[in-house]
Design a binder for this molecule. Structure first.
Ligand code: AN7
Length: 361
């Protein structure tokens, strides 16, 4: 047997350079994001009725724990290459942590604006740890986004929300990876929808690969939380609410494109309740994949449609479904304490322990 080294993976910019529409001045800033696993979920597929193949694209395994890193590496690389000294974003948390990490690495200032309360602990801690200047405003994510758009037009500070087109260029690489792993596009793609950058990017990516390689196109099921479902209601939501704080967004910046992606693909955008989201978070964890609540929304949407009869097992027979799980469970540890049983407490006594084990806790 001979020892073999593996060529170092260099992140999505290097891997997919030929497919990305980015300026020549771009100077790569990477944490080797992307290349995330596509995990088969046969148990969950069987629970949902079976007859189809189900996979989770586990984007929580990116360097800062969310899918945002794919787009952020490109947005920061572009800003860095053109000589920007500072970047800014509004964020429900994951964008903030990602922007902070990549900006720090490039030696840029990162200013992140977060809404009042409700930013999950692991995200805020990340933004602080990576060295961002974190400003909390007394308002919603939508208020924060309006502010950063204004500031970035008035000051030399680069906007790295997904209004920045380079975010989408990087983000679409997840669609490429799925096609490469399956040898074709899946039949369905389910994912959560907040500000709608991700769904827009996936649709771009799948179309690009289909134009080049004829790999087919998925139908897209975009899922919002019922208390924050502007795209389902057809109007902005002034006071969005949901346990899935990542997608607590009432005015999605790329809402039009999300609706187009859903419609053109033959899919749809729907809403699920917080209870459905948390139930799916538990079911995913039972399969070994712990994700933050928002990340369970895509699959909760699939389960919802099956239950409501708007999707049938007949229709799904032999099909391949990919659910995008956007953020790691460790991003939002508090939700587990709030929605799941606390650990049993015992004296350090072997009899007590034995009884507890035999009782099954
Ligand atoms: C885990 O970080 O908007 O529809 O500011 O963190 O592309 O917005 C996060 C969004 C899904 C929705 N899942 O994606 C932010 C932010 C997780 C997220 C979404 C977010 P988009």
């Amino acid at each position: 047997m001979t020892f073999q080294t593996v060529p170092t993976y260099q992140g999505v910019l290097a891997r997919y350079a030929q497919y990305l529409d980015i300026p020549a001045h771009t100077r790569p800033v990477t944490l080797q994001e992307g290349n995330t696993p596509l995990i088969p979920m046969p148990g969950l597929a069987a629970e949902l009725g079976g007859g189809f193949e189900l996979f989770v694209k586990y984007e929580g395994l990116n360097p800062t724990g969310s899918f945002k890193d794919r787009g952020m590496t490109v947005a920061i690389s572009e800003a860095y290459g053109r000589g920007a000294k500072a970047v800014i974003c509004a964020s429900t948390g994951n964008t903030a942590a990602s922007a902070a990490a990549y900006a720090s690495r490039a030696g840029l200032r990162a200013v992140v604006i977060i809404p009042q309360g409700k930013v999950a602990a692991g995200k805020l801690a990340g933004a602080v740890a990576y060295g961002a200047e974190v400003i909390q405003i007394e308002g919603s994510f939508d208020d924060a986004l309006a502010l950063v758009v204004q500031i970035s037009q008035q000051q030399p500070i680069a906007l790295v929300n997904s209004l920045n087109p380079y975010r989408l260029e990087g983000q679409k690489t997840a669609a490429f990876e799925i096609c490469e792993a399956l040898g074709a596009a899946p039949d369905w793609l389910c994912l959560p929808v907040g500000n709608a950058g991700n769904i827009t990017s996936y649709w771009m990516g799948f179309r690009q690969y289909h134009d080049l390689y004829r790999l087919g196109l998925p139908r897209i099921l975009g899922v919002q939380a019922a208390g924050s479902a502007p795209l389902v209601l057809g109007r902005p939501v002034e006071h969005p609410e949901t346990v899935a704080t990542a997608i607590r967004i009432g005015r999605p910046a790329r809402g039009e494109q999300a609706l187009e992606a859903a419609e053109q693909s033959g899919g749809r955008i729907l809403a699920v309740s917080d209870e459905e989201i948390l139930a799916m978070q538990r079911r995913l964890a039972a399969g070994g994949v712990w994700v933050e609540p928002a990340s369970a929304a895509g699959l909760a949407g699939l389960a919802h449609e099956l239950l409501a009869g708007r999707l049938s097992l007949d229709e799904l027979r032999g099909r391949r479904i990919v659910a995008v799980c956007t953020g790691h469970g460790m991003k939002d540890p508090d939700i587990i304490a709030a929605s799941m049983p606390a650990p049993l407490r015992l004296e350090p006594d072997v009899r007590a322990l034995e009884q507890a084990i035999l009782r099954g806790r």
